[in-house]
Write a protein that binds this ligand. Sequence first.
Ligand code: NAP
Length: 655
Amino acid sequence: MRDNDLLDDPRQQCAPDALLGLPFDDNDDVIRAAINDASVPALLMSMVHMTGDMGLLDELPRPFMLIPMDLQGGMNEADKQVVRDRAFDVVCDYRDRGCPPPFVPNADQMRLMLDVMSVGQVTEDYVDYVAADLRLSDADQTGPALGSTAQQRSTFPVVVIGCGEAGLLAGIKLKQAGIPFTIIDKQSGVGGTWRANRYPGCRVDIANQYYAYSFEPSDHWTHYYSEQPEILGYLERVMAKYDIAPHVRFSTEVTEAAWDDETSTWRVGIRPSDGAVEQLQARALICAVGQFSNPVIPDIKGTSAFHGPSFHTANWRDDVDLSGKRVAVIGAGASGFQLVPAIADRTEQVDVYQRTPQWMAPNVTYHDAIPDGARWAIRHLPYYGRWLRFISWWPLTDAAEDRVIVDPDWDTDGLSCGEANHAVREMLIAWMRAFTDDEELLAKVIPTYPPMGKRMLQDNGTWLKTLQRDDVELIRDGIAELTADGVRTVDGTHRPADILLWATGFDVNHQLGPIDIRGVDGQALNDAWGQSPYAYLGITVPGFPNFYCMYGPGTNAVNGASIIYNSECQMRYILGCLDMVIANDARSATVHPEVCQDYNRRNQARLKTMVYTYPNVASYYKNAAGMVPSLYGFRIVDYWKWTNRPNPDDYEMRH
Ligand code: NAP
């Protein structure tokens, strides 16, 4: 079957279901309010689904351009109003007809809709991938076709390390496949990084429509970019809905896992917080610890000399009251950037120690609640929520490729890496200037390296407004030492502090932390990986049979992909691998070393051409050799295709 045949086969098309728009009989006022609050491009597409009238696309104004973080496709007010006026009639008529099953376009119609929506950017290469995400095909929902029998699968126990979004997803998919599993997590509940990171202001930086499981596209979000408690609540609800809790051992650490060749099993050592060490036995091991489970506190002179409370943002202490206190925040990356504005109202003084300034991406809705009407539209208008998701991700992912490629002939003394990248730089500086004309402050916050080289921070102006408060100071002088009651910078200034907050990030290149995983012949994964972890597709590692990573090395797409989306790709592939072993009655499958090496060589070679490895860009992704092993450099559509199912030729199967 050709990739594109998916769309032509009606059996692959989803039956309309509740996720695509719940029937409604609301009055005209509710409908009018929803239309006023809605994303007009998504509304336009939903009108086609409600009517089956493709002619609407010619008749009505179209999106002008899909712009990151803009839900209105760059449309002007007059054009938007024309669509809204027509939408009112269409939606009321749809209601009056009793909300019949929506129109599902055929392949040609789908291409036309995508062409209008993306302003011609979605080329043939992307159609199946986008169609699957829109749920115009079932390609993402059904998972790989399984060759094994249910009986075979029921005798193949799996252990999953970690119950964040990836571990939970693994549990859901394993359960659906009838594979017995146990998830182990050191925390007291589901959530992973969303349970650990509870610092004030913590919120997601990818639109919730995209930062959600594709099969659980909740319409309950109160904000476009939810705060941590809402995301944790979402994950808790998903866990309850799929009844995963009985399969999880919380408050339990995995200490080690070793492959036993004799029995072709993994022996997994676990230590419950309140009990004795135990050993589990499993046919396969899925490591879903993520890249952000090992917080870093840098080695700064005098770290242990400080007398007050001192803790990392990922180990937030609710028992420490910041009210009226002088607080030193070390680090102005993603966490510090969210933390400082959220605490400044209650502290007496916040000193922010910033080593390197960060680029901020303009996002006016970053802190905004989703208006009621827009939530109604997500819930009721057929396919509206799916198109909204498309608008949220497309401009950020593969469509942004030209901005991250290094032009070797481009010369701006390292300030940008190419023409398109330079245009982004200028736009971002203009955005900063909208919030301050204080040149001294601007000199401190405008980065002297190209934008997009590390994850940009979503900004609605709050950061610069906060830095201009009298009780907040941004310090760029390096830290010389910590003292019992403050921080001394290299210029000799000592600033007193009652509380020290480390917003200093994570060790992404040593994601296993202390977990000792040993493969064939007792080889330790931490030794094999050293400073440069690797895995084929970020998932399988030579020498480690029936072992799979989620959010493993080489999977972080810096500028926009949703980790949840990537996890779904990974889990689909992992299920395919498990099925390959089970259906073949094999003991194990291990990726061929040359397949893995070739993939990683190509990934790193590709990354060498991108801004992430640009010499001027310092980031936590880079190891001592200037490589970025945690990152993914190809297009997301490629990852979607490559993780569709494993190629048996890539694996050594042992019987
Ligand atoms: P980060 O972005 O790496 O920021 C760490 C900060 O600590 C940087 O400002 C870094 O400065 C500074 N730092 C490190 N060592 C230092 C030292 N010895 N002296 C002074 N400063 C030092 O870490 P993060 O803020 O925890 O974020 C990590 C990742 O987590 C993000 O990239 C993102 O992927 C994710 N995250 C996402 C969100 C969200 O919005 N959803 C929120 C938080 C985190 P340098 O830049 O000079 O190294």
